[in-house]
Design a protein around this ligand. Structure first.
Ligand code: GCU
Length: 422
């Protein structure tokens, strides 16, 4: 696809929700709306209220994981195996001080008795020179990886377009911020973090028909069609695949941080909820299906998201279109499954479509689980008190949907607060 046509597709996809529906509304900076239900530690389905950490990990965590898959995201594979087909060093000193490597990957996966495999996909990793065990920020974005890490050695298929480059970058960054396509890699490296990226559309395309077909092909052995995984779950699994690739032949433990904006903010949270190897999450403007509660929300409803993006979730989620009150679970459960690991929830005041208040209410709802672990949890009573060292750090800035110049410094401040003290 040519660069301009891809840009149009990306902008149209993004505009389908937030941009076209931008209102003049501002998120209230005081917590607003009812508490998250059912309470994270309260009675759930047939289970009595949780009174100990053992009950939380032994009973409640598995029940919530099951309910999230059955009602919202669809099921993860029963088992899988990643194969590193090739691994090469592209540049010993890229981006002002990073070792740049490329991995060629493919995964085999099993649902029931049926096995399948993904398309081949690539991962690029840049690690600060001399710090091979630096914490790794795992990045997935809307843009092909040659936009995430613009470097002449990063594989770019003949004639392929992307999100950025030339005037297209100007349009994209004007609408969605300086870092929408390309993170500040030099800044990340200088602060002591490694970064890895995949373009998850390579195996689970972010397009309705192609996406649904690929998701089906990968999960053919799953019996209940309505609980087939959507792209958000497949991308979440993609974070685990990135870790699998990085862990091969490595003996030292590294910290992994799942990072995602918007639709990838949803999958970055889901990844951490299901994969304990993820040490922290940065989920920016994740909205519906991410950090924001489904019930009594402002912004995007379940109906709006399943209508516009039928390939993102299990069909079962459609049961709650205009019927959110009937949901047995809500998004505070997703955050609670990440406890006690640090999570940053990024928001913007004019991004009411993503419902900053609904995300704050979810954080309040997950907080008792952090406290159960003896962790500090949320450390702010309003949306605009930035506490980067808190375990649930809630960040809100002025402006709209996107990754703008003040976002990455805030993300790194959060990481420094949690990882430098180690
Ligand atoms: C649309 C969609 C959101 C999503 C966003 C994005 O706005 O409605 O749910 O988060 O796209 O991924 O940018």
């Amino acid at each position: 696809m040519k660069r301009w046509s891809l840009l149009v597709v990306v902008i149209a996809a993004l505009s389908a929700g937030s941009c076209a529906k931008l209102t003049l509304a501002w998120a209230d900076l005081k917590p607003d709306g009812p508490a998250a239900r059912p309470e994270a530690l309260g009675a759930f389905q047939s289970q009595a209220p949780i009174t100990s950490l053992e009950e939380w990990t032994g009973l409640r965590q598995p029940a919530l994981k099951e309910a999230l898959q059955a009602n919202i995201y669809g099921y993860f594979p029963d088992s899988y195996q990643l194969t590193v087909l090739d691994h090469v060093v592209l540049d010993e000193n890229a981006f002002g001080g990073g070792r740049l490597e490329e991995y060629k990957l493919r995964a085999q996966l099993r649902f029931g008795e049926t096995t399948s495999e993904t398309e081949i996909f690539y991962m690029d990793v840049v690690t600060p020179v001399g710090a091979p065990n630096a914490p790794v920020i795992l990045i997935q974005t809307f843009c092909p990886r040659w936009d995430t890490f613009p470097h002449p050695a990063v594989y770019r298929p003949e004639g392929a377009g992307g999100c950025g480059g030339g005037p297209a970058t100007g349009v994209m960054t004007y609408v969605f911020g300086r870092y929408i396509a390309t993170p500040p890699t030099e800044m990340i490296l200088a602060r002591g973090y490694a970064a890895a990226t995949i373009y998850p559309s390579e195996f689970a395309p972010d397009r309705k028909d192609e996406g649904l077909a690929a998701l089906k092909q990968m999960s053919e052995g799953l019996a209940p069609e309505k609980q087939r995984w959507g792209a958000i779950a497949a991308w979440a699994w993609g974070y685990s695949l990135m870790i699998d690739a990085l862990e091969q032949n490595v003996e030292t433990h590294r910290d992994y941080i799942s990072w995602g904006h918007s639709r990838y903010g949803k999958s970055a949270l889901l990844a951490a909820a299901f994969d304990d190897r993820i040490s922290a999450v940065i989920s920016h403007q994740s909205g519906t299906g991410g950090a924001s509660l489904n019930r009594q929300k402002k912004g995007e409803s379940v109906k709006e998201i399943v209508d516009a993006f039928p390939h993102w979730f299990a069909q079962a989620y459609e049961n709650y279109a205009d019927g959110e009150e009937a949901m047995p679970i809500d998004q505070h459960h997703l955050l609670a499954l990440i406890a006690p690991r640090p999570v940053l929830l990024g928001n913007a005041r004019r991004d009411v479509w993503s419902d900053p208040n609904g995300a704050f209410r979810a954080a309040v709802g997950a907080d008792p689980v952090y406290k159960l672990y003896g962790a500090q949890g949320l450390d702010q009573g309003r949306l605009d008190i930035w506490a980067p060292g808190a375990d649930i750090a809630y960040w809100i800035r002025p402006g709209t949907h996107g990754v703008v110049k003040e976002d990455w410094p805030a993300f790194l401040e959060f990481l420094d607060a949690h990882f430098l003290k180690k």
